[in-house]
Design a protein around this ligand. Structure first.
Ligand code: GYE
Length: 345
């Protein structure tokens, strides 16, 4: 056997080889209990399970459309569900998808810990899983072992980039309100981490990258659930407790736009006396940047259709898939927002 084959590839080849001689579910075959994710057969067409978390913001809608469009383009059948931003419903949706036995399941886990067992369930049913846009807790389910891969952004890095921009824009002096994403969601955990590391410790992933920032103070952090109106409401409340706020870090654009409304309703001038930075890069955010109300937005792309199906095909072809298929993100601020205005989602 070629020593240069990776362990994962060896396991996958072993599992595939076992299919020729043995009968019964692949995961029960002797010696393959430790094998990686269930294999995916090469076929002309596929049935793909897609369990969306919800449809309450433009980002989610753009992602769903991207998955639908790509499935249609390739002539694949999509079994799609929408959990209405309810973690228990997403678990139930996945149970029902598993029962329909699709060839593969591709989904964004709403929360990283509660959804990890669903990945193990799919594996036990012999259905490979690709996670997109949010990851699960690796202490429960592991990429390359329990599921094929995680396709998505580096959320810690997004938080770092937002912090770097804010330090620069405020000259290292700011009183910050942080509007967090959905509690327990991978991007909310990591976007907080990347930002806090840089602001509070002057370090990134354990390595010093900037001077400690004694002038940057985080006044309060609270979840706005990645939703515009919740962002507005939370900002309204936090503004009363912290009228001295001079900056807002929102984990997504929708909450930043909600915060802009709350600030304006309170007679404040977003972009002037309160500087805002957020993440995603949706059309409404580009408009707000051009209007001078939002300072910058770190991109987090929702267009997972093409990359999901390409990765799935590579897996079916027996190619090596890294544990993390990283999506590279651009950065939008007043220097380039006009150029992308109306071209996003
Ligand atoms: O930033 C946010 C959405 O999981 C990366 O979820 C995604 C995030 C995205 O609701 O707008």
């Amino acid at each position: 056997m070629d020593r240069h084959l990776s362990r994962r590839r060896v396991l996958r080849l072993a599992a595939a080889g076992a299919g020729v001689a043995a009968v019964g579910p692949w995961f029960l075959r002797a010696g393959y209990a430790q094998a990686g994710p269930p294999p995916l057969e090469k076929k002309d067409t596929y049935t793909v399970g897609f369990a969306q978390t919800g449809s309450n913001n433009p980002w989610r809608l753009a992602e769903t459309k991207s998955m639908n469009d790509e499935a249609t383009k390739r002539g694949y059948k999509l079994i799609a569900t929408d959990a209405n931003e309810d973690t228990a419903k997403q678990l139930a949706d996945l149970d029902s998808i598993i029962a329909q036995r699709p060839d593969i399941i591709i989904f964004p886990p709403r929360e990283s810990k509660p959804l990890a067992p669903a990945v193990l369930k799919a594996k036990a049913a012999g259905i490979p899983v690709i996670l997109i846009d949010r990851d699960v807790d690796h202490s429960v389910a592991k990429p390359g072992v329990d599921y094929v891969t995680f396709i998505g952004s580096d959320f810690v890095d997004q938080g770092r980039r937002a912090a770097e921009w804010l330090i620069e824009a405020t000259g290292g002096k700011a009183k910050i309100i942080e509007l967090e994403g959905t509690t327990g969601a991978d991007p909310a955990i990591d976007r907080k981490k990347g930002f806090h590391d840089l602001i509070l410790q002057g370090s990134f992933k354990g390595t010093p990258v900037a001077d400690p920032q004694p002038g940057m103070q985080i006044l309060a952090s609270q979840t706005g659930d990645f939703v515009r109106d919740k962002g507005r409401q939370v900002m309204q409340t936090l503004l009363q407790a912290h009228p001295d706020v001079t900056a807002v870090y929102a984990h997504n654009d929708e909450m930043a736009i909600g915060a802009i409304t709350a600030l304006e309703e309170a007679g404040r001038k977003p972009g002037q006396d309160v500087i805002l930075v957020s993440i995603d890069g949706e059309n409404a955010a580009l408009d707000a940047i051009v209007e001078g109300k939002l300072g910058a937005s770190v991109e987090s792309s929702p267009f997972f259709g093409p990359i999901s199906f390409d990765t799935m095909m590579k897996y079916a072809n027996g190619e090596d898939i890294p544990d993390w298929v990283k999506v590279e993100d651009r950065f939008f601020d007043k220097n380039n927002a006009k150029e992308f205005q109306g071209k996003q989602y």
